[in-house]
Write a protein that binds this ligand. Structure first.
Ligand code: THU
Length: 140
């Protein structure tokens, strides 16, 4: 069974992380909030680069921060994105690379929350966003 957690609070934390995104090129800011099995939250924003391909998405920023601090089991990630200085207009779905990185660490009960606000969000499992994904099991 899925463990309970405060989804609106996780979305609020993702919206807060948006404020620290570094986006001088696209001006599109994304915030992510990653809830660990231990109950703490890692925030991430997108970090752009003049060499565009070196940009890191918000979701991977949060995941890499957490994994580098020793966390590997996650309950959920909330994601919110929109133009700098504006509230999100659309749901910000994770890019393919971020879905693949989630695949590495997501357990069966992992939830992906795409949010416009604390009151307007959708919840997915990874299988819905990355069906037939390639994971560690594939290379055993
Ligand atoms: N971006 C994210 O942070 N997460 C995604 O899943 C998709 C895209 C960022 C990367 C770049 O800084 C900006 O959004 C525009 O692509």
């Amino acid at each position: 069974m899925e463990a309970e957690f405060d989804r609106a609070d996780l979305v609020r934390t993702a919206l807060e992380a948006r404020g620290r995104a570094y986006t001088p090129y696209s001006h599109y800011t994304v915030g992510a909030a990653l809830l660990t099995a231990e109950g703490d939250i890692y925030q991430g924003g997108n970090i752009e680069n003049a060499s565009y391909g070196a940009t890191n998405c918000a979701e991977r920023t949060a995941i890499f921060k957490a994994v580098s601090e020793g966390r590997r089991r996650f309950r959920a990630i909330a994601i919110a994105g929109g133009m700098e200085g504006q509230e999100p207009v659309d749901y910000a779905y994770p890019c393919g690379i971020c879905r693949q990185v989630m695949k590495e660490f997501a357990g069966e009960d992992f939830r992906i929350i795409v949010a416009k606000s604390t009151a307007d969000y959708k919840v997915y499992i990874l299988e819905e966003l990355l069906p037939h994904g390639f994971g560690g099991n594939s290379i055993q």
